[in-house]
Design a protein around this ligand. Structure first.
Ligand SMILES: *[C@@H]1O[C@H](CO)[C@@H](O)[C@H](O)[C@H]1NC(C)=O
Ligand SMILES: *[C@@H]1O[C@H](CO)[C@@H](O)[C@H](O)[C@H]1NC(C)=O
Ligand SMILES: *[C@@H]1O[C@H](CO)[C@@H](O)[C@H](O)[C@H]1NC(C)=O
Ligand SMILES: *[C@@H]1O[C@H](CO)[C@@H](O)[C@H](O)[C@H]1NC(C)=O
Length: 215
């Protein structure tokens, strides 16, 4: 279990895109990669949230996606071996992107942080939302605009990333389909198995995450 690195700049705004609200559910993945992990920290870790609750984590040392908290007792919600393989593949792409950025800035030996946050939300009234963005050293780096659809560079180095991630037309379509179809489908399946955990806890206590729009 990896504690949040307090020394890291808080990237990409709040982890969970909006305040918990009745009938509103979100699935959020938060990825962090460190070029020079200090002792006790992995090079890469991923955390999954349902609303503001962490439900699984993965890191580059265990290489295993494992449910946490009440989700350890939810049967049949996810195939955790498959999920581990998925996270392993995403770790590879993620760290390769971090290396590309450092190479762009001629600082392949430097100490840098890369973070990604993406996910989707469903509301009982049928409304949907989704988001996918990355940050480098605490600054916005690139984000996906699913209406265009395209990756929008927010940093000079991100033009190369965009080129790579849009090398084939189908990549952009896949990213759009992931946000608009696959992610909500996964969220729906998770809710079918564990909505009671989220509803039982009602509005969260103490942690005010602030509102932030989704597109
Ligand atoms: C990196 O180094 C190359 C070769 O020295 C130089 O052309 C380029 O402008 C440098 N890039 C940055 C972002 O400083
Ligand atoms: C990175 O560090 C290694 C060992 O300290 C050194 O040999 C290499 O030249 C450095 N590379 C860059 C790009 O600074
Ligand atoms: C669903 O409710 C939210 C606020 O609770 C509202 O912003 C949104 O427009 C509604 N969507 C539909 C399809 O009614
Ligand atoms: C979730 O449950 C609903 C209603 O029982 C069902 O129609 C739907 O197929 C389920 N979805 C997933 C992804 O399991």
């Amino acid at each position: 279990m990896v504690p949040v690195l307090l020394s890291l700049p808080l990237l990409l705004g709040p982890v969970v895109p909006q305040e918990a609200q009745a009938g509103r559910y979100s699935l959020t993945y938060l990825y962090t990669g460190l070029s020079k992990p200090s002792e006790g920290y992995p090079r890469f870790w991923a955390t999954g949230f349902l609303n503001d609750k962490e439900f699984f984590n993965y890191d580059s040392e265990s290489r295993k996606a494992e449910p946490v908290g009440p989700w350890r007792h939810v049967e049949g919600m996810e195939d955790w071996d498959q999920e581990s393989k998925l996270q392993q593949a995403r770790e590879g792409i993620f760290l390769e992107t971090l290396e590309d950025i450092m190479a762009y800035y001629n600082d392949s030996n430097g100490s840098h942080t890369f973070q990604g946050r993406f996910g989707c939300e469903l509301q009982n009234n049928g409304s949907r939302g989704a988001f996918w963005k990355y940050g480098y050293d605490g600054e916005d780096f690139i984000e996906f605009n699913k209406e265009i659809p395209a990756w929008v560079p927010l940093d000079p180095a991100a033009w190369n990333t965009k080129k790579k991630w849009e090398a084939e037309e189908v990549y952009v379509q896949r990213a759009k389909a992931y946000l608009e179809e696959e992610c909500p489908g996964i969220l729906q399946g998770y809710l079918n198995h564990s909505r009671h955990i989220l509803d039982r806890q009602g509005t969260h206590r103490g942690l005010r995450l602030g509102a932030q729009g989704t597109s």
